[in-house]
Design a protein around this ligand. Structure first.
Ligand code: NAP
Length: 265
Protein backbone atom coordinates (compact mmCIF):
# COMPACT_ATOMS: atom_id res chain seq x y z
CA UNK A 1 0.00 0.00 0.00
CA UNK A 2 1.26 3.49 -0.87
CA UNK A 3 0.99 6.26 1.70
CA UNK A 4 0.34 9.86 0.71
CA UNK A 5 -0.46 12.70 3.04
CA UNK A 6 -0.63 16.30 4.09
CA UNK A 7 1.51 18.21 6.58
CA UNK A 8 0.29 21.50 8.05
CA UNK A 9 -1.29 22.96 11.13
CA UNK A 10 -4.19 22.70 11.48
CA UNK A 11 -5.11 19.90 9.06
CA UNK A 12 -7.99 18.32 10.99
CA UNK A 13 -10.67 19.60 8.63
CA UNK A 14 -8.73 19.06 5.41
CA UNK A 15 -10.75 17.83 2.45
CA UNK A 16 -7.70 16.32 0.77
CA UNK A 17 -8.11 12.81 2.31
CA UNK A 18 -11.61 12.16 0.89
CA UNK A 19 -10.71 13.82 -2.43
CA UNK A 20 -7.51 11.78 -3.00
CA UNK A 21 -8.93 8.53 -1.65
CA UNK A 22 -11.88 8.83 -4.03
CA UNK A 23 -9.28 8.99 -6.81
CA UNK A 24 -7.43 5.87 -5.56
CA UNK A 25 -10.71 3.97 -5.22
CA UNK A 26 -11.85 4.96 -8.72
CA UNK A 27 -8.57 3.76 -10.31
CA UNK A 28 -8.12 0.71 -8.04
CA UNK A 29 -4.88 2.10 -6.55
CA UNK A 30 -3.94 0.55 -3.20
CA UNK A 31 -3.15 3.73 -1.28
CA UNK A 32 -4.21 5.85 1.67
CA UNK A 33 -3.95 9.61 2.31
CA UNK A 34 -3.29 10.72 5.89
CA UNK A 35 -2.77 14.05 7.68
CA UNK A 36 0.04 15.09 10.04
CA UNK A 37 0.64 18.14 12.23
CA UNK A 38 4.41 18.03 12.76
CA UNK A 39 6.37 20.46 14.94
CA UNK A 40 9.09 20.80 12.34
CA UNK A 41 8.33 20.60 8.63
CA UNK A 42 11.92 19.93 7.55
CA UNK A 43 12.21 16.99 9.98
CA UNK A 44 8.84 15.70 8.73
CA UNK A 45 10.04 15.72 5.11
CA UNK A 46 13.21 13.82 6.04
CA UNK A 47 11.21 11.30 8.08
CA UNK A 48 8.70 10.84 5.25
CA UNK A 49 11.56 10.09 2.84
CA UNK A 50 12.94 7.50 5.29
CA UNK A 51 9.52 5.91 5.73
CA UNK A 52 8.96 5.58 1.97
CA UNK A 53 5.97 7.93 1.97
CA UNK A 54 5.09 8.30 -1.71
CA UNK A 55 4.00 11.94 -1.70
CA UNK A 56 3.11 14.80 0.62
CA UNK A 57 1.03 17.91 0.26
CA UNK A 58 2.12 20.87 2.35
CA UNK A 59 -0.13 23.58 3.71
CA UNK A 60 -0.02 26.55 6.08
CA UNK A 61 2.29 27.28 7.90
CA UNK A 62 4.92 25.12 6.17
CA UNK A 63 4.74 26.03 2.46
CA UNK A 64 7.84 28.24 2.65
CA UNK A 65 9.84 26.20 5.23
CA UNK A 66 9.81 23.15 2.99
CA UNK A 67 11.67 25.00 0.19
CA UNK A 68 14.93 24.47 2.09
CA UNK A 69 14.73 20.67 2.22
CA UNK A 70 13.50 19.83 -1.28
CA UNK A 71 14.67 20.54 -4.81
CA UNK A 72 12.02 23.08 -5.88
CA UNK A 73 10.96 23.22 -9.50
CA UNK A 74 10.95 26.58 -11.31
CA UNK A 75 7.32 27.37 -10.43
CA UNK A 76 7.72 26.62 -6.72
CA UNK A 77 10.89 28.70 -6.68
CA UNK A 78 9.24 31.70 -8.37
CA UNK A 79 6.11 31.55 -6.20
CA UNK A 80 8.29 30.95 -3.13
CA UNK A 81 6.09 28.14 -1.82
CA UNK A 82 5.83 24.35 -2.09
CA UNK A 83 2.50 22.56 -1.70
CA UNK A 84 3.47 19.17 -3.16
CA UNK A 85 6.52 17.01 -2.45
CA UNK A 86 7.43 14.08 -4.67
CA UNK A 87 9.68 11.37 -3.18
CA UNK A 88 10.10 9.26 -6.31
CA UNK A 89 13.66 10.43 -7.09
CA UNK A 90 16.91 10.30 -5.11
CA UNK A 91 16.02 13.57 -3.38
CA UNK A 92 12.54 15.00 -2.63
CA UNK A 93 11.36 17.54 -5.21
CA UNK A 94 9.03 20.46 -4.42
CA UNK A 95 6.20 21.70 -6.64
CA UNK A 96 3.44 24.28 -6.48
CA UNK A 97 0.25 22.76 -7.85
CA UNK A 98 -1.83 25.74 -6.66
CA UNK A 99 -0.62 27.48 -9.82
CA UNK A 100 -1.81 24.62 -12.03
CA UNK A 101 -4.99 24.53 -9.94
CA UNK A 102 -5.87 28.08 -10.94
CA UNK A 103 -4.95 27.57 -14.60
CA UNK A 104 -6.98 24.37 -14.86
CA UNK A 105 -9.96 25.99 -13.09
CA UNK A 106 -10.20 28.58 -15.87
CA UNK A 107 -9.62 25.91 -18.56
CA UNK A 108 -12.39 23.76 -17.06
CA UNK A 109 -14.72 26.75 -17.51
CA UNK A 110 -13.52 27.24 -21.13
CA UNK A 111 -12.00 30.63 -20.38
CA UNK A 112 -8.77 31.48 -22.22
CA UNK A 113 -6.60 33.78 -20.10
CA UNK A 114 -4.29 34.67 -23.01
CA UNK A 115 -4.56 38.44 -23.56
CA UNK A 116 -7.08 38.90 -20.72
CA UNK A 117 -6.97 41.78 -18.25
CA UNK A 118 -7.29 40.50 -14.68
CA UNK A 119 -7.91 42.38 -11.45
CA UNK A 120 -6.88 40.47 -8.35
CA UNK A 121 -7.77 41.48 -4.81
CA UNK A 122 -5.46 40.00 -2.18
CA UNK A 123 -1.73 39.49 -2.06
CA UNK A 124 -1.15 36.76 0.55
CA UNK A 125 -0.10 33.15 0.00
CA UNK A 126 -2.97 32.20 -2.30
CA UNK A 127 -2.58 35.55 -4.03
CA UNK A 128 1.00 34.77 -5.05
CA UNK A 129 -0.01 31.49 -6.71
CA UNK A 130 -3.03 33.09 -8.40
CA UNK A 131 -1.09 36.08 -9.76
CA UNK A 132 1.64 33.85 -11.25
CA UNK A 133 -0.97 31.51 -12.72
CA UNK A 134 -2.86 34.35 -14.40
CA UNK A 135 0.32 35.99 -15.72
CA UNK A 136 1.87 32.70 -16.91
CA UNK A 137 -1.32 32.02 -18.87
CA UNK A 138 -0.97 35.35 -20.68
CA UNK A 139 -3.14 37.72 -18.63
CA UNK A 140 -2.14 41.22 -17.55
CA UNK A 141 -2.57 41.27 -13.77
CA UNK A 142 -3.49 44.25 -11.60
CA UNK A 143 -3.13 43.37 -7.91
CA UNK A 144 -5.00 45.43 -5.30
CA UNK A 145 -4.71 44.83 -1.59
CA UNK A 146 -5.83 46.27 1.75
CA UNK A 147 -2.15 46.75 2.63
CA UNK A 148 -1.09 48.34 -0.63
CA UNK A 149 2.63 47.70 -0.06
CA UNK A 150 1.93 43.94 -0.24
CA UNK A 151 0.25 44.44 -3.62
CA UNK A 152 3.25 46.40 -4.88
CA UNK A 153 5.68 43.76 -3.59
CA UNK A 154 3.77 40.95 -5.31
CA UNK A 155 3.37 42.92 -8.54
CA UNK A 156 7.13 43.52 -8.61
CA UNK A 157 7.68 39.73 -8.77
CA UNK A 158 5.01 38.91 -11.38
CA UNK A 159 5.81 39.70 -15.04
CA UNK A 160 3.78 42.68 -16.33
CA UNK A 161 1.78 43.11 -13.11
CA UNK A 162 0.91 46.39 -11.37
CA UNK A 163 0.11 47.02 -7.69
CA UNK A 164 -2.74 49.15 -6.31
CA UNK A 165 -4.77 50.21 -3.29
CA UNK A 166 -8.19 48.58 -2.91
CA UNK A 167 -9.80 51.93 -3.84
CA UNK A 168 -8.52 51.51 -7.40
CA UNK A 169 -10.59 48.37 -8.00
CA UNK A 170 -13.81 49.95 -9.40
CA UNK A 171 -11.88 51.86 -12.07
CA UNK A 172 -9.66 48.87 -12.90
CA UNK A 173 -12.73 46.63 -13.28
CA UNK A 174 -14.32 48.80 -15.97
CA UNK A 175 -11.91 47.38 -18.60
CA UNK A 176 -11.27 43.99 -17.00
CA UNK A 177 -12.16 40.49 -18.20
CA UNK A 178 -11.37 38.70 -14.92
CA UNK A 179 -11.77 39.46 -11.22
CA UNK A 180 -9.99 37.10 -8.81
CA UNK A 181 -10.56 37.18 -5.06
CA UNK A 182 -7.43 36.05 -3.21
CA UNK A 183 -8.45 37.56 0.13
CA UNK A 184 -10.02 35.56 2.94
CA UNK A 185 -13.05 37.89 2.94
CA UNK A 186 -16.24 35.88 2.57
CA UNK A 187 -14.97 32.92 4.55
CA UNK A 188 -15.89 33.80 8.12
CA UNK A 189 -18.72 36.18 7.35
CA UNK A 190 -21.16 36.94 4.54
CA UNK A 191 -19.10 39.83 3.17
CA UNK A 192 -17.42 40.67 -0.11
CA UNK A 193 -13.99 42.25 -0.59
CA UNK A 194 -15.50 44.72 -3.07
CA UNK A 195 -18.79 46.57 -3.52
CA UNK A 196 -21.15 45.09 -6.16
CA UNK A 197 -21.56 48.22 -8.35
CA UNK A 198 -18.47 47.81 -10.59
CA UNK A 199 -19.24 44.15 -11.40
CA UNK A 200 -20.46 43.67 -14.99
CA UNK A 201 -21.55 40.95 -17.36
CA UNK A 202 -18.27 40.78 -19.32
CA UNK A 203 -16.43 39.50 -16.23
CA UNK A 204 -15.41 36.05 -15.14
CA UNK A 205 -15.22 36.17 -11.34
CA UNK A 206 -12.97 33.62 -9.62
CA UNK A 207 -13.05 33.22 -5.83
CA UNK A 208 -10.32 31.36 -3.92
CA UNK A 209 -12.61 31.05 -0.90
CA UNK A 210 -14.17 27.58 -0.91
CA UNK A 211 -16.01 27.59 2.39
CA UNK A 212 -18.70 28.55 1.66
CA UNK A 213 -18.66 27.74 -2.05
CA UNK A 214 -21.23 30.39 -2.81
CA UNK A 215 -19.67 33.54 -1.40
CA UNK A 216 -21.29 36.93 -1.33
CA UNK A 217 -18.88 38.04 -4.09
CA UNK A 218 -20.02 35.20 -6.36
CA UNK A 219 -23.68 35.93 -5.63
CA UNK A 220 -23.14 39.62 -6.49
CA UNK A 221 -21.22 38.60 -9.62
CA UNK A 222 -23.98 36.26 -10.80
CA UNK A 223 -26.57 39.00 -10.16
CA UNK A 224 -24.50 41.32 -12.39
CA UNK A 225 -24.53 38.71 -15.16
CA UNK A 226 -20.87 37.68 -14.71
CA UNK A 227 -19.67 34.09 -15.02
CA UNK A 228 -18.38 32.60 -11.76
CA UNK A 229 -15.73 30.06 -10.74
CA UNK A 230 -15.94 29.01 -7.08
CA UNK A 231 -12.97 28.13 -4.86
CA UNK A 232 -13.75 24.43 -5.01
CA UNK A 233 -12.24 24.28 -8.50
CA UNK A 234 -8.80 25.53 -7.43
CA UNK A 235 -8.89 23.11 -4.50
CA UNK A 236 -9.85 20.27 -6.82
CA UNK A 237 -7.31 20.96 -9.53
CA UNK A 238 -4.34 21.52 -7.19
CA UNK A 239 -5.18 18.04 -5.85
CA UNK A 240 -5.61 16.63 -9.35
CA UNK A 241 -2.19 17.98 -10.37
CA UNK A 242 -0.55 16.47 -7.27
CA UNK A 243 -2.34 13.13 -7.84
CA UNK A 244 -1.12 12.99 -11.46
CA UNK A 245 2.46 13.88 -10.51
CA UNK A 246 2.57 11.17 -7.83
CA UNK A 247 0.76 8.36 -9.63
CA UNK A 248 1.74 9.12 -13.24
CA UNK A 249 -1.90 8.55 -14.23
CA UNK A 250 -4.71 10.80 -15.38
CA UNK A 251 -6.70 11.67 -12.29
CA UNK A 252 -10.38 10.68 -12.19
CA UNK A 253 -11.46 14.31 -11.96
CA UNK A 254 -15.20 13.68 -11.71
CA UNK A 255 -14.86 11.21 -8.83
CA UNK A 256 -12.48 13.52 -6.94
CA UNK A 257 -14.78 16.50 -7.56
CA UNK A 258 -17.83 14.58 -6.33
CA UNK A 259 -16.02 13.57 -3.12
CA UNK A 260 -14.87 17.14 -2.55
CA UNK A 261 -18.28 18.69 -3.16
CA UNK A 262 -19.90 16.12 -0.85
CA UNK A 263 -17.89 17.77 1.93
CA UNK A 264 -18.40 21.41 0.87
CA UNK A 265 -21.55 23.43 1.50
P1 NAP B 1 -3.21 35.07 3.71
O1 NAP B 1 -1.85 34.73 3.22
O2 NAP B 1 -3.44 35.30 5.17
O3 NAP B 1 -3.68 36.39 2.91
C1 NAP B 1 -4.89 36.99 3.21
C2 NAP B 1 -5.19 38.11 2.20
O4 NAP B 1 -6.50 38.61 2.48
C3 NAP B 1 -4.24 39.30 2.29
O5 NAP B 1 -4.09 39.88 1.02
C4 NAP B 1 -5.01 40.23 3.24
O6 NAP B 1 -4.65 41.60 3.09
C5 NAP B 1 -6.41 40.02 2.75
N1 NAP B 1 -7.42 40.34 3.76
C6 NAP B 1 -7.66 39.70 4.93
N2 NAP B 1 -8.69 40.28 5.58
C7 NAP B 1 -9.10 41.31 4.79
C8 NAP B 1 -10.14 42.28 4.92
N3 NAP B 1 -10.95 42.29 5.97
N4 NAP B 1 -10.30 43.16 3.90
C9 NAP B 1 -9.49 43.16 2.82
N5 NAP B 1 -8.49 42.26 2.64
C10 NAP B 1 -8.30 41.34 3.62
O7 NAP B 1 -4.27 33.95 3.30
P2 NAP B 1 -4.18 32.97 2.04
O8 NAP B 1 -3.50 31.73 2.45
O9 NAP B 1 -3.67 33.73 0.88
O10 NAP B 1 -5.73 32.58 1.83
C11 NAP B 1 -6.65 33.52 1.30
C12 NAP B 1 -7.96 32.78 1.00
O11 NAP B 1 -7.73 31.85 -0.05
C13 NAP B 1 -8.50 31.96 2.17
O12 NAP B 1 -9.91 32.07 2.20
C14 NAP B 1 -8.09 30.53 1.85
O13 NAP B 1 -8.97 29.58 2.39
C15 NAP B 1 -8.22 30.57 0.33
N6 NAP B 1 -7.40 29.56 -0.34
C16 NAP B 1 -8.04 28.76 -1.22
C17 NAP B 1 -7.33 27.81 -1.92
C18 NAP B 1 -8.06 26.94 -2.87
O14 NAP B 1 -7.50 25.93 -3.30
N7 NAP B 1 -9.28 27.30 -3.26
C19 NAP B 1 -5.95 27.66 -1.71
C20 NAP B 1 -5.32 28.51 -0.79
C21 NAP B 1 -6.06 29.47 -0.10
P3 NAP B 1 -3.44 42.27 3.94
O15 NAP B 1 -2.18 42.00 3.14
O16 NAP B 1 -3.81 43.69 4.02
O17 NAP B 1 -3.44 41.58 5.29
Amino acid sequence: MDVYGLIGNPVGHSLSPPMHEAGYDELGIDARYVTFEPEDAAAAIRAAADLDVAGLNVTIPFKQDVLDVVDPDATAERVGAVNTVDFSGDHPTGHNTDVAGVRRSFAHHDFDLEGATAVQVGAGGAGRAIAFALADAGATVHVANRTASNAHDLAADVPGATGHELDAVPELLADADVLANATSVGMEEDESPIAPEPLHDDLVVFDAVYSPLETRLLRDAAAAGARTIDGGWMLLYQGVAAFERWTGRDAPVDAMNAALRDHLA
